[in-house]
Design a binder for this molecule. Structure first.
Ligand SMILES: [Zn+2]
Length: 322
């Protein structure tokens, strides 16, 4: 199938095993962290809790976790490398830019036709992250991530999407999107990326699990995209019972090969810190699938083959660059 880059080097896609394809190890904000450290953040303790959390995942059968923490979310690959070095779970790094509307001012002065007239640094960053490694760590990205949200295709969002499409064409690395489910933005993303040379079968439309609109979801899957049912436990957006019902309905319709399952959880996120999660979304952690959701899916009639397809086969197919 081909080799997938992980924090500890290349792995055959067929050896990835059970894969959580949309998670975060640590989400932060370097400038805020520097000037206004979060009271719940303690780097050494966070590394220990991530190592312990991944150990528990390994014991549940998880073998690979894709860290979709890209630029804009406080990506620190050197820090995550400390976790990866001590974990039996394989971690995959990613590249891309997380912005729902505007990029930092640097990008407004650097690029084609701008004050410092040069090729788009976004393309250079994405391709270098994938081909050479991230920030001198030697860790190569195995996934691209882009975002559209309520604001839709703003000029900067369009620029990020375009750069990701170029990087995809040069490297074959798949693209995961963040969508705003209420505005059904997956449709526009597929159309845009398609016009920029990205085949739908190389795209995971993220956060599809936030939607219960089967006609929208089927439209994306029928176009060839993979649906990210990737926020189990994020019950402040939609409860897990509803998320499970949607997956079961799509399985009944024969879409096992078009879905991947994950949580979009984090071992630490400054956006929704541990104390808040513990009170409001106690199931929002990376063990939720194996402890609660997979049993609910089985009870609802999901076949073992379907679970294997969504947790092993589909992630391997997507992550293998081509
Ligand atoms: Zn995410």
């Amino acid at each position: 199938m081909g080799e997938v880059q992980t924090f500890r080097g290349p792995v055959e896609a067929s050896d990835l095993g059970v894969t959580l394809i949309h998670e975060h190890v640590f989400v932060g904000h370097p400038e805020l962290d520097l000037n206004f450290p979060h009271p719940e953040w303690d780097e050494a303790a966070a590394v220990e809790s991530a190592v312990a959390g991944l150990d528990r995942l390994f014991d549940l059968g998880v073998r690979t976790v894709v860290d979709l923490t890209v630029l804009g979310l406080g990506r620190d690959v050197a820090r995550v490398s400390q976790v990866a070095a001590r974990s039996r779970v394989q971690l995959v790094a990613s590249t891309g830019y997380y912005t729902a509307d505007v990029l930092p001012p640097y990008f407004h002065t650097h690029g084609p036709g701008l004050l410092i007239d040069r090729p788009d640094p976004l393309v250079e960053i994405f391709v270098a992250d994938i081909e050479d490694g991230i920030a001198g760590t030697g860790v190569r990205a195995g996934m691209l991530k882009v975002v559209t949200d309520r604001a839709g295709f703003t000029p900067d969002v369009t620029r990020v999407m375009t750069a990701a499409a170029v990087a995809h064409q040069q490297t074959g690395v798949p693209i995961t999107t963040h969508t705003h489910a209420p505005s059904q933005s997956g449709r526009d993303q597929l159309a845009f990326l398609g016009r920029h040379g990205v085949e739908p079968d190389r795209i995971i439309v993220g956060h599809c699990g936030d939607s219960e609109d089967l006609s929208y979801l089927r439209e994306l899957a029928d176009a060839g995209a993979t649906l990210g049912m990737d926020r189990f436990g994020m019950e402040h957006v939609l409860d897990d019972e509803s998320r499970v019902r949607t997956v079961l309905a799509l399985l009944d319709l024969g879409y096992a090969d078009r879905m991947v399952l994950s949580h979009d959880a984090a071992f630490f996120s400054r956006v929704t810190p541990p104390s808040w999660r513990a009170v409001h979304v106690p199931n929002w952690h990376m063990e939720n699938l194996h402890r609660r959701i997979v049993p609910m899916l089985r009870e609802g009639g999901a076949a073992e083959d379907d679970l294997h397809q969504m947790l092993v086969v589909n992630p391997a197919r997507l992550l293998a660059p081509h």
